[in-house]
Write a new protein. Structure first.
Length: 731
């Protein structure tokens, strides 16, 4: 279709306006939908966005273009860097064409073609504004083959960054760091001059993943403030940036927000006719704080054709129940108890394969250990299926122990420099799955296991970082291998799912070390952390939910003493915390008392009752003073039902929690509130709770929506590490 001089993409309450009149297009606006502007209105937007010409600067107004670089006077991070065998380093892109379209789902799309005669590459940038308001940006760079003078030169790509400008009112940065068992710890800082850059060099997003780099108005919170965010849908190395130059970014824009794949030197060298396809970068805007951003990402994921359609089954994972002690009778007894309490999927964790008595050996030998399982896994798998449960299996296909038959037979399959391997991590190395023979071996083994034992589910782990991720090329030289490893993983998952369409897969990486939209395009849930301590999980789950909806986040309840922190927690606190996600059990039920089994059974029934709401509703989080208490919940799309968790994580100076607002409800509705006490009541640090609480323990308490949403309820003062479950229904 004909493309106007200024293009406006509109969807989901978001607008993106691109000016196509210059040598390189400019993004004039990304944020709130500006409405149906006329041609004259769009031209006025472009004209009034031209900034002043500054002293002692380039003699034209500074411009931040769709493909920013020095040829336009831009002195910040360029959209791409590279060279032709040491030449043609100063690229000069120019507009070669554009196409605009609208999808049947209401999405809006703009494809922009640029050509760079200096670098001898063609660039295709595609903006797709989804009905959810998420802007997905895809970039392809193709080395030309028509220019004979340069066709014998490789184009060495150093990096590609997808960037968008933000207005001056974006003054505060929020992203994440973390470690094993403490993933997605938020950190805030002001926007300052210069570049704030987060680079991921672990070969996966990592436990310290930036996850979602957000820039917002001062003090933006869960429910208030304007925010812009970017996420890289890629399971390898990544790069995020927020940048501000004294010259600004053109017009009213001051800050640049960007991201992309982090490329190692020599990782992408394009011969004539070859194309580099950058990972999709997802940009989201909200004028309703962080909850508005998560709304958009949750809607995006739920709209996928691959999104789970069936109720998320209650899981029992055997790791913290038996560890490496795979005794068939004990596991059969565990399966029987699991079925009795209402478990719907049993997953056999680490220790089932050849030579795997601890974590020092066996990785790579994906054959059932006949010494431990003389009749294979069939006695357990068949019994699990007979009991009406699904059967799942733990695997870690991308890893290898040196003490394994595979390592002894194929040392050349290990990812590492030819000069010698560096230190192991968790006693293991990485299998080079970009090696076609290694890739084919894994596909055959996994395909055979899934078929032979009618496996319904794989817990797919990835425990170590990719140190010295290089592999020997056909020329005998070492080459960087993270990108090839990531693409091979995607091909492996895709091939396995093609052979077994009903198979579900969980992304685990030493806990939550690989959670991104690239892996979620091929998996059905994520394991957010190896830590099941409910005190830690309250915050880990809260921030994992910034990107991923509850039905895709594994939330397991473990024994009273946490495996990782050794902290003891009340049963009700553990059970309520684990309810808000894809719930499961990580404990040995054969050692539970009759009373404990009864509580597990009650909790399982409660999960089945509430999961339609938990897994289809909108996640809401209250902005509270301090970090001692949290209020979070899920509200149905029509706002007729909600489930909230009120929890205290630590003591505080205040004796009273005060009146707390319940977000997400309708002010013009009447509601009923009750406290669900089936899994136990919290202990409280007070003589008596607020009167409404005492009544809500016994039955429904009528409360107008305006009171819940605008005035709030006086909340009880719980003891630390206690939680209360509140159900709200329209009257």
């Amino acid at each position: 279709m004909d493309v106007p001089a200024v293009v406006a993409l509109r969807a989901g309450g978001v607008g993106v306006v691109v000016d196509l009149t210059g040598e390189v297009p400019k993004v004039l606006h990304w944020g709130r939908d500006l409405g149906e502007l006329s041609t004259a209105g769009l031209e006025a937007l472009a004209f009034t966005a031209i900034p002043a010409t500054l002293n002692n600067a380039v003699d034209v107004p500074p411009t931040f273009s769709l493909w920013a670089n020095e040829s336009q006077g831009w002195l910040g991070t360029p959209a791409h860097e590279g060279h032709l065998e040491g030449r043609a380093t100063a690229s000069h892109p120019r507009l070669a064409g554009a196409e605009q379209s609208r999808g049947p789902d209401g999405s809006a799309e703009l494809m922009v073609r640029l050509c760079d005669d200096v670098s001898d590459v063609d660039i295709l940038v595609t903006y797709r504004l989804d009905p959810t308001g998420i802007l997905a940006v895809d970039t392809e760079m193709t080395r030309r083959s028509a220019t004979l003078l340069k066709s014998d030169l490789r184009y060495h790509l150093a990096g590609v960054s997808t960037m968008l400008p933000l207005p001056r009112r974006a003054t505060e940065i929020l992203d994440f760091t973390g470690k094993w068992c403490r993933e997605r710890a938020p950190q805030r800082r002001p926007v300052t001059f210069g570049s704030y850059v987060r680079e991921v060099r672990r070969g996966k997003p990592g436990h310290d993943s930036p996850y979602l780099l957000t820039v917002g108005t001062s003090g933006f919170g869960f429910r208030e403030g304007e925010a812009w965010a970017v996420h890289v849908g890629w399971s390898g190395n990544q790069r995020y940036l927020a940048e501000q130059l004294p010259e600004g970014a053109g017009g009213t824009h001051a800050v640049v927000l960007g991201a992309g794949e982090l490329l190692r030197p020599g990782e992408v060298s394009l011969e004539a006719g070859q194309t580099y396809a950058a990972p999709t970068c997802y940009f989201a805007w909200s004028d309703r704080g962080l909850d508005g951003l998560s709304d958009r990402f949750h809607e995006l994921l739920r709209a996928r054709g691959t999104h789970p359609k069936t109720p998320r089954p209650l899981v029992l994972n055997t790791w913290e129940a038996v560890y490496f002690d795979h005794d068939l009778d004990r596991l059969l007894g565990l399966a029987e108890k699991a079925a009795e309490v209402g478990v719907e999927r049993l997953v056999l964790d680490d220790g089932w394969f050849r030579g795997r008595r601890d974590d020092t050996a066996g990785l790579g030998d994906w054959y059932v250990d006949a010494k431990v399982w003389p009749h294979g896994l069939s006695p357990l798998a068949d019994r699990v299926h007979e009991l009406g449960m699904q059967f799942g299996l733990w695997v870690e296909p991308e890893m290898i122990n040196l003490d394994s038959q595979l390592a002894r037979e194929h040392p050349e399959w290990i990812l590492g420099p030819s000069g010698g391997l560096g230190p192991p991590q968790r006693h293991q190395y990485v299998l080079n799955i970009a090696n076609e023979q290694a890739w084919a071996y894994l596909l055959e083994r996994l395909d055979t296991l899934v078929g032979e034992y009618s496996i319904d589910y794989l817990k797919w782990d990835h425990n170590r970082d990719l140190h010295e991720a290089v592999c020997r090329g056909a020329d005998g030289l070492d080459r960087p291998g993270v990108r090839a490893q990531t693409l091979a993983l995607y091909r492996l998952l895709d091939a396995l799912r093609e052979r077994h369409p009903a198979l579900e897969i969980e992304s685990c990486a030493g806990g939550g070390g690989r959670i991104d939209l690239g892996i979620l395009a091929r998996t059905d849930r994520v394991w957010p952390s190896d830590c099941n301590d409910p005190l830690e999980r309250q915050l880990i789950q809260r921030w994992t939910g910034q990107l991923v909806p509850p039905e895709l986040v594994a939330t397991h309840v473990s024994a009273a003493q946490a495996h990782t922190t050794h902290r003891h927690a009340a049963q009700s606190f553990r059970l309520i915390t684990a309810l808000f996600g894809h719930a499961g059990i990580e404990a040995d039920l054969t050692r539970s008392s009759a009373q404990e089994l009864e509580i597990f059974t009650t909790w399982a029934a409660l999960y089945r009752e509430l999961r339609p709401l938990l897994h289809q509703g909108r996640v809401v989080r209250a902005d509270l003073v301090g970090e001692a208490t949290v209020l979070h919940g899920v509200v149905s799309p029509d706002r007729t039902a909600a489930l909230f968790c009120w929890a205290r994580l630590a003591t505080s100076s205040e004796g009273q929690a005060g009146q707390v607002i319940f977000p997400g409800l309708a002010s013009d509705r009447d509601y009923r509130v009750r406290i669900r006490g089936e899994v136990g009541h919290p202990s409280m640090f007070q003589v008596a709770p607020p009167p409404w609480v005492s009544r809500a323990f016994e039955g429904w308490v009528p409360v107008p929506g305006a009171v819940l949403r605008l005035a709030g309820l006086a909340m009880p003062t719980l003891n630390p590490e206690q939680a209360m479950l509140l159900e709200i229904r329209a009257a």
